[in-house]
Ligand binder design. Structure first.
Ligand SMILES: [Zn+2]
Length: 307
C-alpha cells in the first residue's frame, strides 16, 4: 500500500520504544515475599494525604495565578479539610503520611506544624506540583530542591519519601529520586505490592497505589474539563473491597486522598466509616509510609538487579 500514512497504530513509530528490563520483571512476577507484618497482622494499610492546596492548579500553568475561584477550591484543603482529618486521626489514634508541596508548606506553615505535632510523617511532593513530563530536567530538579528547602525552612525533618505530583514520572526525575537518597517512592503503578521499580539502571523502593485508590478520579471536577461527582458510598465500597483482597492476599493497600476532595462533609463521613470498619476488622497494621518502607526494604533486596 502506498500513499497512505496511518496516523495511529504501530506504524506511527519512527523510533524503537524503550524496552523494559524483562528479566527483572519476570523474576519479580514469579516472587511472593513473606511480608510478615508486625503483631501477626494480615494487611498493611497506608492512608496518605496529598496536601496540594493551590498548587494543584499552579502546576497546570501560570494562567491559574488569575483564577481565584479555582485556587480557593484548593485552599479548602488547608482551611477546612486538614483540621477535620487531623481530628479524625486523633480520635482513631492513627498516624499516617502527608505529602506536602514546598509552596504549601511555605504559605501554610501552621498546617504543616499541626500535622507534625500529631506525629504524622511529611513526604516530598514537589514545590508547585509541576507535571514533570511537561517541564525541563532543570525545572524537575528545581521542584525537588525547592521542595526540600521549603520544608526544611519550617522545621520539617528531611523527607524520606517522594510522591510525584500528578503521577507522571520521567527518567530524569526517577534518577533524581535515587540521587537525592529517598528511602522510598510512591509514583509508579507496576504492582499492587511494594516492589523494586526499575528505570534503566535506577532502582527505587516503590510503595505503589493506583488511580482507583485515589479519591480524585471519583470526585475531581474542574470548570474546564468537567469531571465526576460520584456517590461517596461507591468510593468507600471500592476501597473496602480492595482492603479485603489485600488482607486476604496478605499485602499492602495504599489509599491516596486529597483533603480538598475527601474533606467535604458527605465524603468525609465515608472516610471515617471506612477507617472504623478496617479497625473493627482487627487485621490491619497502620504504618506510616516510612515505617512500611523500612519493614519491606530487607524483603525486597533480593529483587534488586543482580547484574
Ligand atoms: Zn498532588
Amino acid at each position: 500500500m502506498t500513499g497512505v500514512v496511518k496516523k495511529n497504530g504501530p506504524c506511527h513509530l519512527n523510533e524503537v520504544p524503550p524496552s523494559p528490563d524483562t528479566q527483572h520483571w519476570a523474576r519479580w512476577a514469579a516472587s511472593e515475599p513473606e511480608w510478615a507484618w508486625p503483631d501477626g497482622k494480615s494487611v498493611a494499610v497506608t492512608l496518605t494525604f496529598d496536601v496540594d492546596a493551590e498548587t494543584a492548579w499552579y502546576g497546570l500553568g501560570d494562567e491559574y495565578f488569575a483564577r481565584l475561584t479555582s485556587l480557593s477550591e484548593g485552599r479548602y484543603s488547608v482551611v477546612r479539610a486538614v483540621p477535620r482529618i487531623l481530628q479524625l486521626l486523633r480520635r482513631l489514634d492513627l498516624r499516617t503520611t502527608f505529602f506536602v508541596p514546598g509552596w504549601t508548606a511555605e504559605n501554610y506553615p501552621h498546617v504543616v506544624e499541626a500535622i507534625l505535632a500529631d506525629g504524622h510523617e511529611i513526604g516530598h511532593h514537589g514545590y508547585v506540583h509541576s507535571r514533570t513530563d511537561r517541564v525541563s530536567a532543570d525545572v524537575q530538579r528545581e521542584e525537588i530542591e525547592r521542595g526540600f528547602s521549603a520544608l526544611e525552612s519550617i522545621g520539617v525533618p528531611r523527607p524520606r519519601g517522594y510522591r510525584n505530583p500528578s503521577w507522571e514520572m520521567t527518567t530524569e526525575t526517577a534518577a533524581m529520586v535515587s540521587e537525592y537518597g529517598f528511602l522510598y517512592d510512591s509514583s509508579f503503578l507496576t504492582d499492587d505490592r511494594p516492589y523494586i521499580e526499575k528505570v534503566g539502571d535506577v532502582e527505587l523502593l516503590e510503595l505503589p497505589s493506583h488511580w482507583s485508590l485515589d479519591d480524585w478520579p471519583y470526585f475531581g471536577y474542574t470548570g474546564d474539563f468537567g469531571g465526576n461527582t460520584s456517590t461517596a458510598a461507591t468510593w468507600r465500597q471500592n476501597q473496602w473491597d480492595e482492603y479485603q483482597i489485600a488482607r486476604d492476599e496478605g499485602r499492602n493497600v495504599n489509599f491516596v486522598c486529597h483533603p480538598e476532595v475527601i474533606g467535604r462533609g458527605y465524603r468525609f463521613t465515608q472516610l471515617a466509616k471506612l477507617l472504623e470498619d478496617i479497625l473493627a476488622d482487627g487485621r490491619a497494621w497502620f504504618p506510616t509510609m516510612e515505617e512500611l518502607a523500612l519493614h519491606v526494604a530487607p524483603k525486597l533486596l533480593p529483587a534488586r538487579s543482580r547484574s
